[in-house]
Design a protein around this ligand. Structure first.
Ligand code: GDP
Ligand code: MG
Length: 203
């Protein structure tokens, strides 16, 4: 299969410090593994604040976007945002993320397969665990909300980072993994997932 085949799509997953501390590493990996995706890299590490800044700056508008969203959630909760400037609020979110993401080790992984980005996001659930669907990892295993995180002045604890789109994934992966840490190999199940002719199964 050529390198541009659908089955070669890749995504970055990081089990955040709360996922590790809640003993959910195995459960989280199981969810992605059972979907048919292939793990092609994994490691445990303690991120630095610089890594977290680079990671969330892959989208140059991250602070502005996240600041705009955060201002809305403050207003929805009937609270006054710390500032009306999205960049300033976004800078605050970034600082809280740095604090959260460097408090304990994380587990970083690359998953590969058809629709990897979309399927991982679907299994992970939406950003705020309070409103994530039942059946998703965030919906099933954690209870945090924007309102609680904002009123306590901390990052929302949502167990996982998963790339938002293919472009983001391809920019994020090299920040976390050297090329030599990513292994190209065949899983036997790929025959039944992707083969067109399905020959070679019967003896
Ligand atoms: P994700 O891709 O689902 O993790 O969400 P984003 O990429 O939009 O945001 C990255 C991280 O920023 C999230 O995991 C949250 O910790 C934080 N964040 C995102 N949106 C908001 C928001 O509206 N309010 C607050 N307080 N934090 C947010
Ligand atoms: Mg994101």
């Amino acid at each position: 299969m050529n390198m541009n085949h659908h089955s070669k799509e890749r995504t970055l997953v990081v089990i955040k410090p709360d996922g590790v501390q809640r003993s959910l590493i195995g459960e989280i990996i199981k969810r992605y593994e059972q979907s048919g995706l292939k793990m092609i890299a994994i490691k445990m590490l303690l991120p630095t604040e610089e890594m977290i800044e680079s990671h969330y700056s892959v989208d140059p508008d991250f602070k502005k976007k996240v600041g705009t969203k955060a201002i809305e959630s403050y207003k929805e909760a009937g609270d006054k945002p710390p500032s009306d400037d999205p960049e300033t609020v976004g800078e605050g979110v970034m600082n809280r993320l740095k604090n959260y993401m460097t408090c304990s080790p994380v587990v970083a992984m690359v998953w590969q397969g058809a629709h990897a980005v979309e399927l991982v996001r679907k299994a992970t659930g939406t950003t705020e665990p309070r409103t994530s669907d039942v059946g998703t990892i965030r919906g099933d295993y954690v209870l945090d909300s924007y309102s609680m995180a904002d009123s306590d002045g901390r990052a929302i604890r949502n167990l996982i980072h998963a790339s938002g789109n293919v472009e983001e994934a391809e920019k994020e992966i090299p920040l976390w993994f050297d090329k030599k840490e990513i292994i190209q190999y065949k899983l036997v199940q790929e025959t039944i997932l992707y083969d067109v002719n399905l020959d070679g199964l019967l003896e």
